[in-house]
Design a protein around this ligand. Structure first.
Ligand SMILES: Nc1nc2c(ncn2[C@@H]2O[C@H](COP(=O)(O)OP(=O)(O)OP(=O)(O)O)[C@@H](O)[C@H]2O)c(=O)[nH]1
Ligand SMILES: Nc1nc2c(ncn2[C@@H]2O[C@H](COP(=O)(O)OP(=O)(O)OP(=O)(O)O)[C@@H](O)[C@H]2O)c(=O)[nH]1
Ligand SMILES: [Mg+2]
Ligand SMILES: [Mg+2]
Lengths: 291, 281
């Protein structure tokens, strides 16, 4: 961890009245290495380290009795600031909410849709799951099974219907059933697949979701920035959900996707069960990334 | 990736950035850059404008890292060749099996696939659709059944049907879940008990966009159920899959196939030359 990485740098300097700038810069190089090993994007790492350099070269470090601790404190605080200072909050309108989940193949959208529905039902909302993935074998069946387990109704129109229409009919169905929150599961897609990106753009244009949430696998490496940037620029997202945080991945992707989109990370997927959806906690994520 | 100018520190920094951005990882990148710098000194290429020499040299260093190990699938001397497909959640195991089944069938082989993911919602239905697409027989588990019993039933079926190849789908499982890894080694033991020398391959499926955690995944699966190779999926995205350099170097695991899409034909044998060239594209 950072503490042990810094030991070599600052130990030799204890007892001196002034810590050299050189030592601080060396410490920042260790921060850079730790970030890259934790899968934080290269450019995000560079910009982050530049940003904290000024603070790190300030009096609070150079005249400190424990400069290593001071640098760690600065890094930690800057990370929490970047990750979004308070825990994620999904703000839903009082009336009808339309939540669209998008993201790359296998990131956890279908499972997260059911988890989110269950969580919102527990908070007093009346959700409907809507099966917008008409491509993946047995995707609709998968949503039906997890929906059933979550105790949430599932709306589907089979695989021959345009997802735009499925979404709109889903909302009509919700209205008739007195349900106020439609959660639309969509097919996994590559951010560079123009046809598939056009599909979600069409859904957005016609169905007008109140929220578009990008679901990102927390084990993703440098590519996280590409994914998040393309979805945010090509579609516009309102927030993100980071999944599979029950793994031992350091999760530097969290920094990357925040850095490139500025959108909030709202939830953390922490397992395969339907209750495994937590609020996103920036402070816990920061500690985890630093290792 | 645009490299231009002369071979100086700025260019080498750009090269280092390209490698890290391709998920090659710090340790492997530094090792490659150090060897590259040695070669630059040795062949007196400092400040030379011979960029082609530079990229060719780096690519050959990377190819050397990928050359060892057998990239072909092991075939059983007697009885069916049994391939066990494992990996963490959502990486593309079930889809890869559908593609492999079609490929083996087109090679004139009798294929049997096994739906041993009895845990995840609609996993069995998903593989069943692939068995219809590939037109191969399938052994179905029932949801909630012990996956080892499904594997056992599949081994009995294989003794009767005598297929050339058996490919077994397993539930996604995080390498951090010891009980799930134990479940997997139990499945592997059932296979080797029924057929000597089986499974001929235990392949870890890795998503090309995975970061450094892929190394931990490979290490842990290798230790607990043994691995003979990798399948690298979703190479049709923007991720380069550079982490397999470290997996190959540290654990000797060769990539046997890459997934390049969601269609039944989107599986290709791994080509180290194409892979290293694409890393720089
Ligand atoms: N361990 C763990 N597994 C998860 C989590 N979220 C989802 N999964 C698993 O990840 C795998 C993929 O989840 P899906 O919900 O099918 O992912 P998806 O994004 O809908 O996939 P596509 O529709 O094919 O793009 C499944 O095995 C899930 O059980 C999580 O937070 N932790
Ligand atoms: N673009 C692309 N998508 C792929 C590739 N391989 C698999 N997928 C997609 O990735 C998603 C997950 O694939 P699955 O085969 O369900 O993955 P899995 O490992 O069996 O998932 P679990 O059983 O839930 O752990 C699906 O949407 C597939 O279509 C590939 O090579 N390229
Ligand atoms: Mg899905
Ligand atoms: Mg599967």
């Amino acid at each position: 961890n950072l503490q042990s990485r810094f030991q070599g740098i600052f130990r030799s300097l204890t007892g001196k009245s002034r810590i050299s700038e050189k030592a601080v810069k060396e410490a920042l190089r260790e921060v850079r290495m730790a970030f890259l090993e934790a899968d934080v994007n290269f450019k995000a790492t560079k910009d982050f380290c530049k940003k904290i350099e000024t603070r790190a070269l300030g009096a609070e470090v150079l005249q400190s009795l424990s400069p290593g601790q001071q640098v760690i404190k600065i890094v930690h605080e800057a990370m929490i600031e970047l990750l979004g200072e308070k825990a994620g909050i999904l703000e839903l309108p009082a009336g009808e909410a339309r939540i669209m989940l998008v993201g790359l193949q296998g990131s956890g959208k279908t499972t997260t849709a059911a988890k989110l529905a269950k969580k919102l039902a527990g908070e007093g909302r009346k959700p409907l799951l809507c099966a917008g993935d008409i491509y993946r074998p047995a995707a609709i069946r998968q949503l039906e099974v997890v929906g059933e387990r979550a105790g949430i109704p599932v709306f589907q129109m089979g695989t021959d219907e345009d997802p735009v229409n499925i979404a709109k009919q889903g909302s009509k169905h919700a209205y008739r059933q007195g349900l106020d929150t439609v959660i639309l599961d969509t097919a996994g897609r590559l951010h560079i697949d123009n046809e598939m990106m056009e599909e979600v753009q069409r859904i957005k244009k016609s169905w007008k979701p109140t929220h578009i949430l990008l679901v990102v696998d927390s084990m993703v490496g440098q590519d996280a920035v590409n994914q998040a940037q393309h979805f945010n620029e090509g579609l516009g997202i309102s927030g993100m959900i980071l999944t599979k945080l029950d793994s031992d991945t350091r999760g530097g992707a969290a920094i990357s996707i925040r850095y490139v989109t500025g959108k909030p990370i709202l939830y953390a997927g922490t397992g395969e069960k339907l209750e495994d959806l937590d609020s996103f906690h920036p402070d816990r994520m920061a500690s985890r990334i630093l290792g | 990736f645009r490299l231009r100018g002369k071979i100086d520190d700025d260019l080498l920094d750009d090269l280092e950035e390209a490698l890290i951005s391709a998920d090659v990882g710090m340790e492997t990148t530094l090792a490659l850059m150090e060897e590259l710098r040695n070669r630059i000194r040795r062949e007196k290429k400092t400040n030379s404008t011979d960029i082609n020499w530079l990229t060719d040299t780096l690519q050959s260093l990377m190819r050397d890292m990928l050359e060892q190990g057998d990239r072909t699938l092991k075939v059983a001397e007697v009885g069916p060749s049994i391939y066990l497909i494992v990996g963490v959640n959502g990486v593309g195991k079930t889809t890869a099996i559908g593609k492999m089944a079609a490929r083996f069938k087109s090679e004139g082989k009798q294929v049997l696939i096994v739906a041993a993911d009895t845990f995840r919602a609609a996993a069995i239905e998903q593989l069943e659709i692939w068995s219809k697409r590939a037109d191969v027989p399938i052994v179905l588990g029932s949801e909630g059944a012990d996956p080892s019993s499904v594997v056992y039933n599949a081994m009995s079926a294989a003794k009767t049907q005598k297929p050339d190849v058996v490919v077994i789908d397993t539930a996604g499982r995080l390498h951090t879940k010891t009980n799930l890894l134990q479940e997997l080694s139990k499945m592997s033991r059932v296979i080797s008990r029924e057929f000597d020398g089986a499974p001929q391959e235990t392949l870890l499926v890795l998503d090309a966009s995975t970061g450094q955690n892929a190394i931990t995944q490979a290490k842990t699966f290798l230790q607990s159920c043994g691995l003979t190779g990798l399948i690298l999926t979703k190479m049709d995205g923007t991720a380069k899959g550079g982490v397999i350099l470290a997996v190959h170097k540290q654990l000797g695991l060769p990539v046997k196939f890459i997934g390049v899409g969601e269609g039944i034909d989107d599986l290709e044998p791994f080509d180290p030359d194409a892979f290293t060239r694409a890393l720089f594209a």
